[in-house]
Design a binder for this molecule. Structure first.
Ligand SMILES: Nc1ncnc2c1ncn2[C@@H]1O[C@H](COP(=O)(O)OP(=O)(O)OP(=O)(O)O)[C@@H](O)[C@H]1O
Ligand SMILES: [Mg+2]
Length: 211
């Protein structure tokens, strides 16, 4: 089977990092060795992209970050990650698992920040061209649960401090995009972690069998 690019998406604390690690376990059991799998995250995943991430997440910025700056910084980080890490890894036969990818920009900057969708489409095309994940798992939680889990976590970053409305708009955008794309698998992440893991396994194994 050819190596694949798998993405996990969702709101803050939806369980994305947990899901990425579960996917790696499932792939291992499916016979794909750990050294053949690269785990990365967005924004970030390269030294430069990780420093760009701190601009996005740092809650104590010296000045207001405009919506456009936020968008451009995220795409700059994505360009670094794509050309320096993801594409080379795929080229040498590795499976790539990414904790967030381009769909996050549509949801957060298009939905949450209400930036023009055409602008995001254009930037997507400039940075990614026709490069898409083979499959995306979207972990759906309600904004209420998102804020509840953030409260437990404490010490919130700049994006995590956003309002219920912001997360409502972001989630609605995710849900809209999912309806338009067959390669995005919806997983109800309001259920117990055990159920989420079961569903993830079911969908991933079924998909792998058909590759
Ligand atoms: N289905 C679930 N039910 C209850 N708690 C969960 C569930 N999934 C994840 N959690 C808990 O929520 C927290 C966040 O999980 P995780 O770090 O995987 O989410 P994340 O989406 O990667 O978060 P972040 O946006 O901060 O990166 C963890 O404490 C985890 O144990
Ligand atoms: Mg995480």
């Amino acid at each position: 089977m050819k190596n694949k690019f798998i993405v996990v998406e969702g709101l803050e604390n939806a369980g994305k990092t947990t899901a990425c690690n579960i996917i790696i376990d499932i792939l291992n059991k499916y016979g794909i060795k750990r050294e053949k799998i690269l785990l990365t995250r967005e924004p970030g995943g390269t030294p430069i992209a990780e420093s760009l991430r701190t601009i996005i997440t740092n809650q104590k910025q010296q000045e207001h970050i405009t919506k456009i700056t936020e968008l451009l910084v995220i795409y700059a980080a994505r360009a670094q990650l794509l050309d320096n890490v993801i594409k080379p890894a795929l080229k040498c036969g590795k499976w790539v698992i990414s904790d967030r990818h381009n769909l996050s920009s549509h949801a957060y900057q298009g939905g949450g920040r209400q930036l023009n969708s055409d602008l995001i489409d254009e930037l997507s095309y400039i940075v990614l061209g026709d490069f898409y994940p083979d499959i995306t798992f979207y972990l759906d939680i309600t904004p209420d649960i998102c804020l509840q889990r953030l409260k437990i976590q404490g010490n919130l970053d700049r994006i995590e401090q956003e309002s219920l409305d912001f997360f409502e708009r972001t989630r609605n955008f995710y849900l809209k995009k999912i309806q338009q794309n067959d390669n995005i698998i919806f997983i109800d992440a309001t259920q117990s972690l055990d159920r989420v893991v079961q569903n993830l396994k079911k969908y991933l194994l079924n998909w792998l069998k058909n590759q």
